[in-house]
Write a protein that binds this ligand. Structure first.
Ligand code: GDP
Ligand code: ZN
Length: 301
């Protein structure tokens, strides 16, 4: 039988749960030591003679991957084939808009649509200045959704934004990511995606990554790693691509390789001066550029 294509919907170490072409879910293990499938991956699977489990024999090319450096300095893939990134902030804990910008930049570089979600609107009066920052995201072309996982206000609109896509929810600890996911799931206890194993890990081992199916057809890939995801950018070219309005304005700079810092004839600086690009977003760009340059020069030694 030729291999079939399935999608990884939960992972625990080297054990996987996959969704088959007919929609059913099966448990699978991985052939060899080299393959490292993650949640969202499309994989080739083959039946194993006389066993219920399937064997993952290959990973299809990824449309995108959420990655971060791990402790050993290698790149760790957290999820693949994501279709929407939701960057969550809230009146409390105090928003760090620079971090929000980094999430947006990471999404731009991954080529994944991104929306800003401002949660805890029930306590919005605590931080009236947030409206101005949120308006700047709208001006830069990003959807901004306000919601409260506490009262349920605006949660349906978050679900509508996801539609039938595969989303991930990221943001600072405490902004309400788990609460939002719970509300999107209809307030039900999150589906436990235990993976049974015959090697003794038992039925109740927690998965390290799971794709939750929302009642309205969308999906959320959830794992502690995804929720705590802090993007790292690899190159200064990435930084420009990470700021949509700066990249767009930059097409009119005198120099094609303009970094929009001190160069003459810089259309980005002009746009900041006239106010059509937010001075705060521009400052965020400069800060991320400096950070990335420091990393680059350190990695060169
Ligand atoms: P996470 O760390 O981003 O996953 O945040 P949690 O979902 O664990 O929420 C952190 C805290 O904020 C919890 O005490 C929640 O009850 C609370 N919280 C979450 N959403 C809201 C909201 O919309 N309004 C208010 N007032 N509190 C919320
Ligand atoms: Zn420029």
């Amino acid at each position: 039988m030729p291999p079939q294509a399935a999608q990884v919907v939960a992972t625990f170490s080297r054990r996987m749960r996959v969704r088959m072409p007919d929609g059913s879910e099966q448990e699978a293990r991985i052939k060899g030591k080299r393959l490292r499938p993650v949640c969202g991956d499309m994989v080739d699977i083959e039946p194993i003679a006389n066993e219920d489990e399937w064997l993952i024999t290959g990973i299809h090319d990824r449309r995108n991957a959420l990655t971060r450096p791990n402790m050993r300095g290698q790149t760790e893939v957290l999820a693949a084939n994501v279709e929407l990134l939701l960057a969550v902030s809230a009146p409390s804990p105090k928003p760090d808009w620079f971090i929000v910008d980094r999430y947006l930049a990471a999404a731009e570089i991954m080529g994944v649509p991104v929306a800003v979600v401002y949660n805890k609107t029930d306590m919005a009066e605590k931080r009236p200045e947030a409206d101005q920052y949120l308006d700047e995201y709208v001006a830069a072309g990003y959807p901004v959704l306000r919601c409260s996982a506490e009262t349920g206000a605006g949660i349906a609109a978050v679900g509508d934004e996801i539609g039938d896509r595969i989303a991930i929810v990221v943001g600072q600890s405490g902004v309400g990511k788990s609460s939002i996911i719970n509300e999107l799931m209809g307030g039900e206890e999150q589906k436990t995606a235990d993976i049974s194993t015959k090697s003794g890990e038992g039925r109740h081992t927690t998965v390290n990554s799971v794709m939750l199916d929302l009642p309205d057809g969308g999906h959320v890939i959830d794992s502690p790693g995804v929720r705590d995801y802090a993007p790292a950018l690899d190159s200064t070219a990435d930084v420009v691509r990470g700021f949509r309005e700066i990249e767009n304005a930059g097409h009119d700079c005198r120099f094609a390789n303009c970094r929009h810092l001190q160069e003459p004839g810089c259309a980005v600086k002009d746009a900041v001066e006239t106010g059509s690009i937010s001075a705060r977003r521009y400052e965020s760009y400069r800060r991320l550029l400096r950070l990335t340059e420091d990393l680059e020069s350190r990695s060169r030694g």
